[in-house]
Design a protein around this ligand. Structure first.
Ligand code: GLC
Length: 459
């Protein structure tokens, strides 16, 4: 009864504040590796929330949105900086001091490596829209406090910086991969979340006179961002061939090799990797730099959010089909491929033993990724891939005691430092299962997770 057990784990993980459910713990493991796994992480709560929303259990999601909203902007003030009100915490937990309950947030000030949770506010906005679509509770979104919070987030995320592209520039470890992994700059996952956030904010802002200009700007920016990702991140055989023949050092407006990428930087593993049907969005793009690694979550969200065209979405799923062992493996789904090894691992991770090749963030397999994977497979008509993933997970996850991640090239070993009873491993399976088994719940999911099935022609 893996699904029943998964729901039990989810229910056991619920965190209460003043007698009300406000979130879920990341893991319910007595022997967790890091102390903060008993906290509610904003990004880990997203699949919990999706389960609650498709099951009609809305209350906890609303409480969570309010709790995190009240915490936003309460980060530690850095000397010489004006505190930004738009930042949301990575995680929170409830403590009782002198008989009084308190919610304590972590904005990265306690987190390992002091990493900044750039993704939190973006997930919050995407979840707020999901909640409103699922419940029809527009009054909640239109309340003064929520509208102010949306504006604060946009002030921070749309603030002019030094970027010359519509993408968002972030430090290392700003999202699910929250350790040093050479993901600074313009990582794909952040860009897809950014797109999701802009689209959500556009729908959530009330159209009073003052907001209309912001709403128009959000439209322009999200279109530009989509166009940019399709132009500079998309890679298929045709594009690869263009890069293979690139000239560099071109100057001026009308050049081909805009980012001055040297063909010599195309890694050896790319040779023969793409067939004529497959393609994907690369991991990161910057001056003279393309990170060719395949990052699963960014690509899958791009399909779900309608960032990739229908043909491109099919290309991504064809890549999965042609590299099943490497990208899906024995326990779906590989977080990034390939792993960094040798000196590359040493210099890029700071010799991080948790991120040795094919472990954890550096090429481990994460059951939580099954939800966007199965959703993307269904959306692109790849029923067999969805079913295979669902079956593997039903067989093994409960037996293995809900590990956080798996190790190995094909993800066949329980992760060396993986927690057990990891809640998003269970919610990943529940969502995959509900999508496969219940047309009604799949329909709710499709409405609440932003999608753009009608391909918009880009001007
Ligand atoms: C790890 C993961 C992060 C997750 C957290 C709690 O730090 O890298 O993405 O939010 O654990 O599960």
């Amino acid at each position: 009864m893996p699904i029943k057990a998964a729901y039990e784990l989810l229910n056991r993980s619920i965190i209460e504040y003043q007698g009300q459910p406000v979130g879920t713990a990341a893991a319910c493991d007595e022997g967790v590796v890091a102390a903060n796994y008993n906290e509610c992480f904003v990004r880990d709560f997203v699949p919990s929330a999706l389960v609650f929303l498709i099951s009609g259990d809305h209350h906890i999601v609303r409480n969570f949105l309010e709790t995190v909203m009240h915490l936003s902007g309460h980060q530690h003030v850095m000397k010489g900086h004006k505190r930004s009100l738009g930042l949301m915490p990575a995680s929170f937990h409830v403590v009782t001091e002198d008989g009084e309950e308190k919610v304590i947030a972590d904005f990265g000030d306690r987190a390992i490596g002091r990493v900044t949770p750039v993704d939190s506010a973006m997930w919050w906005m995407i979840l707020l829209r999901a909640y409103v679509v699922a419940t029809g509770d527009r009054n909640f979104a239109e309340s003064e406090a929520i509208q102010k919070t949306i504006t604060n987030i946009l002030d921070l995320y749309l603030h002019e910086g030094f970027e010359s592209s519509p993408t968002l520039l972030v430090p290392d470890a700003a999202f699910m991969i929250d350790r040093r992994m050479a993901v600074y700059g313009y990582p794909l996952e952040i860009q897809t979340l950014y797109f999701g956030m802009l689209m959500s904010a556009r729908e959530l802002l009330t159209g009073n006179g003052q907001n209309q200009k912001t709403i128009d700007n959000l439209q322009i920016l999200s279109d530009d961002l989509k166009n940019h990702l399709r132009t500079y991140y998309w890679l298929d055989r045709k594009r690869l061939n263009e890069m293979h023949r690139y000239y560099a050092e071109e100057f001026g407006h009308n050049v081909v090799n805009v980012l001055n990428v040297y063909p010599e930087s195309i890694p050896g593993w790319m040779d023969g990797w793409l067939n004529d049907r497959s393609g994907y969005l690369v991991g990161n793009v910057g001056p003279g730099r393309i990170d060719f690694r395949f990052f699963a979550l960014g690509n899958l969200l791009a399909i779900l959010f309608g960032i990739t065209s229908q043909a491109e979405s099919q290309g991504i799923m064809s890549l999965y089909e042609s590299h099943r062992d490497e990208l899906i493996g024995e326990m779906p789904v590989k977080i990034v491929y390939p792993a960094m090894i040798g000196d590359k691992w040493r210099f890029s991770t700071g010799s991080d033993p948790k991120n040795v090749p094919y472990s954890y963030h550096n090429g481990g397999n994460w059951p939580v990724l099954a939800w966007p994977f199965v959703a993307a497979a269904l959306r692109t008509g790849r029923f067999e891939l969805a079913q295979q993933t669902h079956n593997i997970m039903l067989k093994r996850l409960q037996r293995d005691n809900w590990p956080e991640y798996y190790d190995g090239r094909h993800g066949d070993l329980i992760g060396r430092r993986a927690n057990f009873n990891q809640v998003w491993s269970a919610t990943g399976l529940i969502i995959a299962h509900e999508l496969m088994e219940s047309a009604e719940r799949q329909a709710i999911f499709d409405r609440i997770v932003i999608c753009d099935l009608d391909e918009q022609p880009l001007g």
